[in-house]
Ligand binder design. Structure first.
Ligand code: GLN
Length: 557
């Protein structure tokens, strides 16, 4: 049976959560026994988001095959079992790169190469490729209807309906129904306009997912239905919720899955969302809170660490905890005095995430030293592992000028240096060590205890590596290399055996963490942080009790 397609478009404004909506529709269909795949088209001209600033674009999500993709693919993986690769995220830039290469090779046999049919054909072929071997392919079109640059994608999905028919294609439009405080009213006009815009390019939406901060009354739904030419039942309240993991339940309550299956003429088993219900129950009923301080450069814009944030939530859920994440601006720790202590105090765990460039590095080193010396649980990811090695080389081994050649090319002690396979490569796009690589874990290490196995595979995105020339002095001083590539070339994990929980990894475990399958490195870190926090609180209470029982206090009373 050929796959059916669901096309997800967005209207009115960006940031309505189209990616999340697509992921949650996938989640619901899986709960009914369907096999799904998801893909996203991004209308911008960059070949991939790999070279874009995290401020502009948010996180770059890395797949197993090493594609640098849009962060919506992170939602897809967290909510479904779809196996994503570079086939699941296309930009206009990459499509044109491919088309122009074909044109240069002469593949078009002298024809004029045009948006219709050549670009649209390329788009349709990309959709069909991800639809192999699944029941439903969910295709998200980036941008907002009305954008000039998304037109070829809109045209391609219009043609897909034309080609495959109504029973095999479904258009979901995510739109906004704002509440206007001055009028004390929900407004349907933006949605009406947005649907008109879609109609003008030949697309009649089948389902409207209306983002709103309150439930839409029957009359409002009917009004939208009437003006937008859909049945009342196809107007869905997509109400804001405190946790994204509640969205599948919200959609289920509104009957989205039933609507989709009915439209696509598909038979499915009864819905089973029990695992998601359990997660949501835990999200809203934590037994306690754990506080993690993240020391990084991009603190102003949290989307740059989307997967990291979610992975910490998953790690906390594994212990029925709520995680309070505080972002600490790394540069703000570089005051030259002791004020960093006040900034770093009170955290149950400290984390330095991935990052690029020199800014804030000294602040990260201050935070790492603090965590190491005071035995605060520490987790260093990618850059956070590299900086942990630099800190150790400087302050334990005594190599005061130790650094990464990324931050100081002239350093006499290049503890971290450019990946040997990348020497001489100056181009920035797609030239990192990317994607899943196997790693061998050393027996009887913290890493071994956490993973419970000796062979793992994790996703990478880096240009620099640990310099094995410093292995001997560093390990002699107490650093343990607990993970390496199977051939021993690259150091993948380090830890400090004389610290309760100090671990660094060269890869990005956050990309593989899911609410239903929390990543062991995150659950172990959050668990250690919580224990440390409990101990610290108990000690503090003990001192307070002691102070209270001081004889002079008693006599004064
Ligand atoms: N800038 C470092 C490198 O390129 C770390 C990269 C990262 O943290 N993703 O190796």
């Amino acid at each position: 049976m050929p796959a059916k397609y669901i096309f997800v478009t967005g209207g009115v404004v960006s940031s309505l959560g189209k990616g999340l909506a697509a992921a949650c529709i996938g989640c619901l269909l899986e709960s009914r026994g369907m096999k799904v795949n998801l893909m996203k088209f991004d209308p911008y001209l960059n070949v991939d988001p790999g070279t874009m600033s995290p401020f502009q674009h948010g996180e770059v999500f890395v797949t197993d095959d090493g594609a640098e993709t849009d962060l919506d693919l992170g939602h897809y993986e967290r909510f479904t079992h779809a196996k994503l690769s570079r086939d699941n995220n296309w930009t206009t830039g990459r499509l044109y790169e491919q088309i122009i290469a074909k044109e240069r090779r002469g593949d078009y046999l002298g024809k004029t190469v045009q948006v219709i049919p050549h670009v649209t054909n390329e788009i349709k072929a990309a959709m069909k490729k991800v639809a192999q071997d699944v029941d439903v392919a969910i295709v998200e079109i980036g941008g907002t209807v009305g954008d000039i640059e998304s037109l070829p994608f809109m045209e391609a999905i219009r043609q897909m309906r034309q080609e495959l028919g109504r029973e095999h294609t479904l258009f979901v439009h995510v739109t906004l129904v704002p509440f206007i405080a001055a009028a004390q009213e929900l407004k349907t006009k933006p949605t009406q306009h947005s649907v008109k815009e879609l109609l003008s390019i030949g697309i009649q939406p089948d389902i409207l997912l209306c983002r709103t901060d309150r439930f839409l009354a029957k009359e409002i739904k009917s009004k939208i239905a009437l003006f937008c030419n859909v049945p009342d039942e196809a107007v869905i309240t997509a109400k804001d919720v405190a946790s994204v993991y509640e969205v599948p339940l919200v959609f289920a309550n509104e009957g989205v899955d039933t609507l989709v299956l009915k439209h696509l003429h598909m038979e499915a088993k009864d819905r089973d969302l029990s695992k998601w219900e359990d997660i949501v129950h835990r999200v809203y009923n934590p037994k306690d809170t754990v506080t993690i301080g993240i020391v990084g450069k991009y603190v102003e814009y949290e989307d740059s660490y989307k997967s990291l944030k979610e992975a910490l939530v998953h790690g906390a859920l594994a212990h029925n905890l709520k995680v309070q994440i505080n972002w600490i601006e790394a540069e703000g720790l570089e005051t030259g005095d002791k004020s960093f202590e006040a900034q770093l105090e009170g955290y149950d765990g400290i984390l330095v995430p991935g990052g690029f460039g020199k800014r804030g590095i000294e602040g990260m080193l201050i935070a790492i030293r603090y965590a190491r010396e005071r035995k605060v649980p520490y987790f260093g990811i990618c850059l956070g592992m590299q900086t942990a090695c630099i800190e150790f080389a400087r302050n334990v081994v005594g190599l005061a000028e130790a650094n990464s050649s990324e931050f100081d090319p002239a350093t006499p002690h290049r503890v971290i240096y450019k990946l040997r396979e990348l020497r001489g490569v100056e181009e920035l796009g797609g030239t990192m060590r990317l994607g899943a690589w196997p790693c061998k874990i050393e027996p009887n290490t913290l890493a071994h205890k956490i993973y419970g196995k000796l062979e793992i595979s994790e996703r990478h995105r880096h240009r620099y590596e640990f310099n094995r020339e410093y292995e001997e002095p560093m390990t002699a001083a107490g650093l343990r290399i607990s993970g390496s590539t199977p051939d021993g070339t690259y150091v993948e994990m380090v830890e400090l055996p004389d610290h309760p929980h100090f671990i660094g990894c060269q890869f990005h475990p956050e990309f593989k963490s899911k609410p239903l399958e929390p990543h062991p490195l995150f659950s172990a870190f959050v668990g250690a942080a919580y224990e440390y926090g409990l101990k610290r609180r108990a000690e503090k209470e003990a001192t307070e009790v002691e102070l209270f029982h001081r004889p002079e206090k008693v006599t004064r009373r």
